[in-house]
Design a protein around this ligand. Structure first.
Ligand SMILES: [Zn+2]
Ligand SMILES: [Zn+2]
Length: 138
């Protein structure tokens, strides 16, 4: 099933091909600060699955840590993707999709050790203090 999404102002639009990998709620301090949210829900996919329809030139990428890019729309600031320079995957902000369907519900919480006390986890999903060894679907 093809997915589509984009930023808040509509300048940046993308399409995804194939199945998305695991979806996780990330509680790390970098995601919290860059999203301005208690948790960032991200799906993992292979880089070639992501195709920009419009506005790729409007993406600004920022490296908090060397070699790991966090990209947002220059016009509206919406966070869209993260990706490492040296690996073949992209982490996509699930809430930038036009429709978040049931198969995209998160299956785990990651970096739970960094979670602030103001946010309570009220589900039975797996919890990890780091990123478990996972990869996009083949
Ligand atoms: Zn935008
Ligand atoms: Zn994170």
């Amino acid at each position: 099933m093809p997915y589509s999404g984009g930023c808040l102002c509509g300048a940046v639009r993308y399409r995804l091909e194939g199945e998305l990998g695991f979806v996780a709620n990330c509680h790390c301090s970098i995601c919290r600060r860059s999203h301005g949210a208690s948790v960032a829900t991200q799906a993992v996919l292979w880089k070639p699955q992501l195709q920009w329809i419009t506005g790729e030139e409007g993406l600004q990428c920022f490296q908090v840590t060397t070699g790991y890019n966090r990209c947002f729309c220059l016009h509206c600031g919406a966070r869209l993707i993260n990706y490492p320079d040296n690996l073949a995957f992209v982490s996509l902000s699930i809430n930038s999709l036009d429709e978040v369907t049931e198969e995209l519900l998160p299956s785990m919480h990651v970096y739970v050790v960094s979670k602030p006390k103001l946010f309570s986890i009220c589900d039975d999903l797996l919890q990890y203090d780091q990123l478990p060894p996972v990869s996009p679907r083949e």
